[in-house]
Design a protein around this ligand. Structure first.
Ligand code: I6G
Length: 673
């Protein structure tokens, strides 16, 4: 075989293999025997071995990359991956329907009432990019604007075409959907993990996420991942796709699996019936779902409806109620938080709630315990919804046997200090301050957190280790740690120690606002810390401020002012602050911070910006002295808008507030206008 013959044969084999892949993995309907398929793949591998120059990245032989990556790169989505608004009951569905009708009427359109209904898979959202039909990149949703590059892993999922099938291949295309694991795949994976004495996954979603986020694609390739496409991001092609149904049909033609439960629905009643039908059959489905999604079918109407906040107005996820299970409450223990708040936590007989084994659930506070009538030994219903902490919903009084009442301790179970409940507060607090080990761990964790001193790599386990071996008592001891001390800790290598030392060094250059926030003064959150820094510009002046003066700041009332003053009256706090400053923590006021034309200006950001994330834009504005708020009012000076703006944009126009696009905004912050 000469090279040209080899090229033609390889091309033909790829087409055949791809179409068998589609039959097998997408349609679940293989038309050839496994041995026959293997021999086709072997024939292609032989040609590619003989003529390596003929290998192309979209060849079915190239699903697994050779070398693992060392870390995930971040990727900025060209079109943001938005989230969906939720409905939890019929009333909210009705309101969604009315909103659509009203909004379309404003645009002089009449809503046809046609929706597309789909199941909402519980998996990991990804965006897969194709150029001239070839898969070029794939990224996780991340925060909707920036995700992680998982191209090497997504390529191993056999349901996802490496090259689009069929005709009308667009110049560029982004396919959006969910990477999931079936119940069957999940059971098989956990069985094999158990045999290999490796990590068992709590539910199919965790298994799918853990499998996709592997640095070594060879591991992903062994995991039973599947994919369901539910829409498109950017599309640059010749075909005019006028409805969501047409989009899904076209995605199918290009080789993507789409939920087999997808249906056209006319009117609200059809949507509600669809929800009930799917809910009744939920346990029979091959994959976990947490609700159904309804989308206005007409793309023209979708465009007219636009977006509000970070979600399309034309779609909604109608969620199934949170899963509830029955179990026995074995004990009630107390957890002590950073500010000394005592939270009662129920220790439960392990129970599986919607795929996750629950052993603890929050009881919030003593009033909740009384209101629900919870006693130790009771049988209770436990609820879990998404990532929310499980909670005890109610007691099954009919099953009550021998029980004991819970009594709030009058001293802290961790440090023994007095516990008090201040008037008007639901919580009891330990008065131990940072001499209480529990509060101390949380205080150090808060000090190191991203929005405070941002010490990357200093997590709870390490803090506990540092405290237990006597290296750290307060946050002031952190900066006295040496490389040798860190490297000598269990599970800490030289490299991690070096990275942590560097992270601590980097954290020393900070801002006054971050530093105040990091100190963890009760009720002084990020915004209050910023307001203090802006007004006083000096730590000494804040320390000296009277409560009356402090109260002149708009979000500081007598309670917070008292907390600030008391904090700086305590000698051990002053000592910690002094040691931190002596260790080299510093901040600077630039000219524009003190004398900026942004000082006192109020900004609102809306829509998705292309050159920076909204959070970056917000931080920049704050560093320049501006206020950034979430809603438009008469006091707003500027509304910065990006793509897919929502009601804030409309409100700004209505109130006559100056609106500026991203380009002008960048010129402004760069001082060019
Ligand atoms: O997160 C999602 C899951 C399923 C979606 C979605 C979906 O359709 C079945 N559709 C859209 C438009 C968005 N998120 C933004």
């Amino acid at each position: 075989m000469n090279k040209e013959q080899a090229r033609q044969r390889a091309e033909a084999l790829r087409k055949t293999i791809n179409s068998h892949n589609y039959q097998y993995y997408v349609l679940d309907d293989p038309t050839i025997a496994d041995a026959e398929y293997d021999s086709l793949l072997r024939a292609l591998t032989d040609i590619e071995t003989a003529f390596p120059e003929l290998i192309i990245s979209t060849s079915p032989t190239q699903r697994v990359g050779a070398t693992p990556v060392s870390a995930f790169q971040t990727v900025q989505h060209t079109t943001p991956m938005l989230s969906l608004a939720n409905a939890f009951n019929e009333e909210e569905m009705r309101a969604f329907n009315v909103r659509i009708k009203d909004k379309l009427a404003v645009a002089s359109m009449q809503f046809s009432g046609r929706f597309s209904g789909e199941t909402k898979f519980d998996g990991l959202a990804v965006n897969i990019r194709y150029e001239n039909g070839s898969l070029v990149s794939a990224a996780t949703r991340g925060d909707g604007y920036i995700g992680e590059d998982v191209t090497h892993n997504v390529r191993t999922i056999k349901q996802i075409p490496l090259h689009l099938m069929g005709d009308n291949i667009p110049q560029s295309l982004e396919v959006r959907g969910e990477v999931v694991m079936s119940h069957q795949g999940f059971a098989a994976l956990n069985k094999s993990q158990l045999e290999k004495k490796e990590k068992i996954f709590a539910n199919p979603r965790n298994a799918a996420a853990g499998s996709l986020r592997q640095l070594d694609a060879k591991i992903t390739a062994q995991r039973p991942l599947s994919f369901f496409a539910h829409g498109m991001g950017n599309y640059n092609g010749s075909m005019l796709l006028e409805t969501h149904t047409q989009i899904l049909m076209q995605l199918k033609k290009w080789g993507f699996p789409v939920s087999s439960e997808t249906k056209n629905l006319d009117g609200l009643k059809a949507c509600l019936d669809y929800y009930t039908d799917i809910q009744n059959r939920r346990s029979e489905l091959t994959h976990d779902i947490d609700g159904v999604v309804f989308k206005v079918d007409s793309i023209a109407q979708q465009k007219a409806l636009g977006f509000v906040s970070r979600a399309p107005r034309w779609a909604i996820a109608y969620k199934f109620p949170a899963a509830e299970e029955m179990t026995q409450l074995l004990d009630i223990e107390i957890q002590v938080g950073r500010t000394g708040a005592l939270t009662p936590v129920a220790r439960l007989s392990p129970v599986n709630v919607a795929g996750v084994t629950v052993t603890n659930a929050t009881l919030h506070n003593i009033d909740e315990i009384k209101r629900k009538g919870v006693m130790i030994g009771d049988w209770v219903y436990v609820r879990r919804a998404g990532d929310v902490i499980p909670e005890v919903v109610r007691v099954i009084k009919e099953r009550r046997g021998e029980v004991t009442a819970f009594v709030m301790p009058d001293c802290c179970p961790v440090c023994g200090a007095d516990v008090v409940r201040q008037a008007g507060e639901a919580v009891y607090r330990c008065l131990g301050g940072i001499s209480c080990a529990a509060q101390n761990i949380q205080a150090i964790l808060h000090f190191a957190s991203r929005k405070a001193m941002d010490i990357d790599g200093l997590g709870e386990k390490l803090i506990v280790q540092l405290i237990e071996c006597g290296l750290v008592k307060t946050v002031a001891d952190l900066y006295a740690l040496s490389h040798e001390q860190l490297a000598g800790l269990e599970r800490m290598g030289t490299k991690s120690a070096k990275n942590l030392m560097q992270a601590m060094e980097n954290s020393k250059a900070t801002t006054l606002a971050r530093f105040i926030y990091a100190l963890g003064i009760r009720d002084v959150g990020e915004a209050t810390a910023r307001a203090l820094a802006k007004k006083y510009k000096s730590l000494t002046l804040i320390q000296q401020a009277s409560t009356d003066e402090l109260e002149t700041i708009s979000d500081i009332g007598p309670v917070v002012a008292g907390n600030i003053q008391r904090f700086f009256q305590q000698t051990h706090n002053l000592d910690i602050v002094q040691r931190l400053l002596s260790a080299g923590i510093h901040w600077e006021f630039t000219e524009h911070e003190e004398n900026s034309r942004f000082n006192g200006l109020s900004f609102v950001l809306t829509g998705s910006l292309q050159k920076m994330t909204r959070d970056d834009a917000k931080q920049k504005l704050i560093s320049l002295g501006a206020n950034v708020t979430g809603s438009v009012s008469k006091k707003t000076n500027y509304v910065v808008f990006g793509d897919n703006v929502g009601s804030k944009y409309e409100k700004a126009i209505a109130l006559g507030i100056e609106i500026i696009n991203e380009e002008r905004f960048i010129q402004m912050i760069e001082g060019k206008t």
